[in-house]
Write a protein of this length. Structure first.
Length: 63
């Protein structure tokens, strides 16, 4: 999976060291990865949809 990200920094963190923030988001179809379990609700809808939103947030500190 390739996720477009945005990078903020480096900036000086609260503890005095340098910090970089990285964030990204994408949507995948769970069935593309073999996750096909589902159950139909009494009203006709599904318990789990096919689209899964992935969000990643990283804070990296220099040593």
């Amino acid at each position: 999976i390739s996720i477009p990200v945005s990078v903020v920094g480096p900036v000086e963190g609260m503890g005095g060291g340098m910090v970089v923030g990285i964030a990204g988001e994408t949507t995948i179809n769970r069935q593309d990865f073999g996750v096909s379990w589902s159950k139909t609700l009494d009203g006709g809808g599904l318990v789990v949809g096919d689209e899964v939103k992935l969000t990643i947030e990283i804070e990296a500190h220099a040593k």
